[in-house]
Design a protein around this ligand. Structure first.
Ligand code: C2E
Ligand code: CA
Ligand code: CA
Ligand code: CA
Length: 275
């Protein structure tokens, strides 16, 4: 029985350790990256469908890794969320985003910033106090900031998250539902929540024109919730025109601009004469 037990354990052990060790290594290098300020924020424009001018800039985090170069969030956000490091990383992203907003305003440009927020961050009871303090520190008002949350987070949230959302909305901060149409949709619950924008996921947008009917139905429901529609993942003029036709208020995607470093956004704003 002893032999059997060991054999059984052996078939499982090597993979387990390999996974565990690499996760531990990644965690160590994430911590190091945070302490050495290796995380930067890029910004992607969100365009007003009528004026085709930049309405909001979405902050998207990047890891400037000393050996690996620019690392995209899909490679490190999951572990940040799992480990809780997302609270520290998210704070850095918000700070950098508001610092850039302050810089833009000084240069005479009018814009807003949107920031992606994970569940773990909203579970911190003093998240709203942190947001308020950072807004004040950077001379920004609440209405210049938007938080992007996923649908399930908003619908299945507990007391602490609901309180954080109520408090930040009282500051004028707007709320957007990200990646809409990918999760399950509890419209009854969702319609009880105060939501300002709904971002239709790029997997749906990229399915145009075949799924125009589906998007039309989704937009009809969003209008009931009195939320403005943002279409994500627009890569061509044709898709942009179809989304405008379907009633999108704002457009975002490579066609209008990829996520780029803050300096590049400033250059573009100078050229466009935005604000
Ligand atoms: P997301 O919030 O849905 O952001 C949109 C993603 O789609 C970005 O990828 C963006 O570069 C990409 N994208 C934008 N337009 C197009 C397009 O026209 N075509 C295609 N194929 N892709 C497009 P990115 O920057 O790699 O970010 C991936 C995800 O990582 C984000 O998805 C978001 O969920 C998460 N993320 C990024 N920054 C943060 C952050 O600061 N905090 C948290 N919690 N999550 C973040
Ligand atoms: Ca987003
Ligand atoms: Ca999205
Ligand atoms: Ca996403």
């Amino acid at each position: 029985a002893k032999e059997e037990g060991r054999n059984r354990f052996c078939t499982f052990e090597p993979q387990f350790y390999a996974q565990f060790e690499s996760e531990l290594e990644n965690l160590t290098s994430l911590r190091e990256g945070l302490s050495k300020d290796q995380f930067t924020v890029h910004f992607q424009p969100r365009i007003n469908a009528r004026t085709e001018k930049i309405e909001t800039l979405e902050a998207l985090v990047r890891w400037q890794h000393p050996r690996r170069g620019l690392v995209l969030p899909s490679e490190f956000i999951p572990l940040c969320e799992k480990s809780g490091l997302i609270v520290e990383l998210g704070a850095k992203v918000l700070r950098q985003a508001l610092k850039f907003l302050q810089q833009m305003k000084k240069a005479g440009h009018q814009s807003r910033i949107s920031v992606n927020v994970s569940q773990r961050q909203l579970q911190e009871p003093d998240f709203h106090a942190f947001v308020r303090a950072e807004l004040e520190k950077h001379g920004c008002c609440g209405s210049e900031l938007e938080l992007e949350l996923t649908e399930t987070l908003v619908v299945d949230s507990g007391e602490i998250i609901r309180n954080n959302l109520t408090e930040v909305r009282a500051l004028g901060v707007t709320i957007a539902i990200d990646d809409f149409g990918t999760g399950y949709s509890n419209f009854a619950r969702l319609s009880e929540m105060a939501v300002d924008y709904i971002k239709i996921d790029r997997s749906l947008v990229m399915g145009l024109p075949a799924n125009a009917g589906l998007i039309q139905a989704i937009i009809a429901m969003c209008k009931v919730m009195k939320a403005a529609i943002v279409a994500e993942g627009i890569e061509t003029r044709e898709i942009a025109d179809q989304m405008i036709e379907l009633g999108a208020e704002e457009l975002q995607g490579y066609y209008f601009g990829r996520p780029v470093a803050p300096e590049e956004i400033l250059t573009r704003l100078e050229k466009d004469g935005n604000g």
